[in-house]
Design a protein around this ligand. Structure first.
Ligand SMILES: Cc1cc2nc3c(=O)[nH]c(=O)nc-3n(C[C@H](O)[C@H](O)[C@H](O)COP(=O)(O)O)c2cc1C
Length: 449
């Protein structure tokens, strides 16, 4: 099959539809909770991405679940599912970055409101999980520019709607956008920002990467051509020209307000924060725009933030130990679990591999090592190996008082906790059962109609 060219959300939707990976949901859904419930259920079962065509109270259709599984990541990256880690490894190399291309006009120039005309009620911002503290923009990519170096940056920042033209803006420590603001002569001065919504998934994937380069050059590497960018109506920032919706405005670093809680990557509700606020000064949109949202604390959030940027790093570390080992960070483990698959040779190698993965990234706390006959993309298969190949007193080791992420739900508040390695490989030297029972993979659609 020839691959379709993806340049924006619309062409991405067409490419998903061409391979049966998009569901158009015509039944009316509520903006609050119901839309997220449906999108979350689809992500858990890898049903594909969702385009909600009739959302109660929304003038626009809403898209969700662009990158919520290895299959969908492969479509977004234009490769096969078993090439995703290789592809991410290539595009993460700054040497492969492709510079943006400046264009004079953007598709979203078609419609603009500014100043007192701005009313965020016109944007269909969902309330996602039942514990969320309000309507949060979760699928916008924050586009900023370092006023010192002139370098651009992409990030995700949860944003709570707090008024007609105001949002709470969550920014953790050590984020580039925070550093940009702090490094100015007046760190509290208003800071220009653009929020791009409804995007080519290459830009969505790039925005989840923590790197000191302009992530738009990574999106360019994914597509093999520079992302088209255009200056804003109110702000001098290079904004993706093919975005569906663009909000522009100014972060007020010292003008703080409570925002939260919101479903977090770790699978619980995050904390309340006293965050900077954003004043929105312009809203622009394409004709017939599509709003995009990420269900927070769920598979797409984990895929963009924890799986795609980190699998190449983990693989590099474990391949120092075993050059043929593979690794997957399954989304149901919230970025704390890695599953390594190997051709088992020396009995001690699984432990060395587990240690390599634990040190590759601070968030990795539990590591399961399995043989090649286990399908690491199937939770039931990984559990099968844990159940049937682990001698609990012999095959598990722990590393107490190791440094993990400070939001890890089983670590202390500074992120210190126990890392756990599980050797779930087949120990033939213990007892030999021969090969595992296997049936040939079947395309069920040929039989079930
Ligand atoms: C869906 C999603 C939501 C996120 N929300 C926030 C957030 O609210 N605040 C924050 O500081 N980081 C958040 N992050 C993490 C950063 O946006 C992300 O790591 C980004 O790559 C930061 O990189 P930078 O420092 O290079 O800009 C989120 C990540 C994802 C994938």
């Amino acid at each position: 099959m020839t691959k379709m060219t993806i340049r924006d959300l619309r062409s991405h939707i067409a490419s998903l539809e061409a391979v049966g990976a998009l569901s158009r949901i015509t039944r009316r859904v509520a903006l609050d909770h119901e839309l997220s419930d449906v999108a979350a259920a689809m992500q858990r079962s890898d049903t594909g991405a969702a385009l909600f065509e009739d959302v109660d109270g929304s003038p626009w259709p809403i898209f969700s679940g662009a990158v919520a599984s290895q299959r969908l990541a492969a479509i977004a990256l234009g490769c096969e599912a078993d090439e995703v880690v290789d592809r991410m490894g290539e595009v993460l190399d700054p040497a492969n970055g492709v510079a943006t291309r400046y264009v004079e006009s953007a598709a979203w120039h078609a419609n603009t409101v500014t100043g007192s005309e701005v009313d965020l009620d016109m944007i269909p911002i969902p309330v996602h999980s039942r514990g969320d503290g309000g309507a949060f923009i979760t699928g916008a990519v924050t586009v900023t520019k370092d006023p010192v170096s002139g370098r651009g940056n992409l990030s995700y920042n949860r944003m709570l709607r707090t008024g007609r033209n105001s949002l709470g803006f969550n920014v953790n420590e050590w984020r580039d956008v925070g550093t940009f603001m702090k490094n100015r002569p007046d760190p509290d001065a208003p800071f220009p920002v653009a929020l791009a919504i409804g995007l080519d998934p290459a830009i969505m994937i790039a925005a989840g990467i923590r790197t000191p380069v302009d992530e738009l050059t990574i999106a360019g590497a994914i597509r093999g051509e520079g992302v088209e960018v255009c200056r804003g109506v109110n702000v001098d920032i290079d904004i993706p020209a093919r975005a569906e919706v663009v909000l522009e405005g100014f972060i007020h670093p010292a003008d703080r307000a409570p925002e939260g809680p919101l479903a977090e990557f770790h699978g619980y509700l995050g904390e309340m924060w006293n965050s900077p606020t954003v004043e929105i000064t312009a809203v622009s949109w394409r004709d017939d725009p599509i709003y995009q949202t990420i269900v927070p604390g769920w598979y797409e959030h984990i895929y963009i933030g924890n799986v795609l940027p980190r699998e190449p790093l983990l693989r590099r570390f474990i391949r120092h130990v075993d050059p043929t080992a593979d690794v997957h960070i399954p989304p149901y483990g919230n970025g704390f679990l890695a599953v390594i698959s190997i051709d088992r040779d020396n009995p001690g190698t699984p432990r060395n591999l587990a240690m390599a993965a634990m040190t590759a990234h601070i968030n990795i706390r539990n590591v399961v090592v399995v043989d090649r006959d286990v399908d690491v993309s199937q939770p039931s298969d990984v559990l099968w190996a844990i159940t049937n190949r682990v001698h609990w007193s012999d095959d598990i080791f722990t590393v107490p008082h190791a440094q993990g992420h400070e939001m890890d739900p089983v670590a202390d508040k500074r992120g210190v906790g126990v890392k756990v390695g599980i050797d779930a490989t087949y120990k033939r030297e213990r007892r030999e059962y021969g090969e595992r029972v296997a049936y040939a993979p079947i395309d069920l659609s040929r039989y079930l109609g």
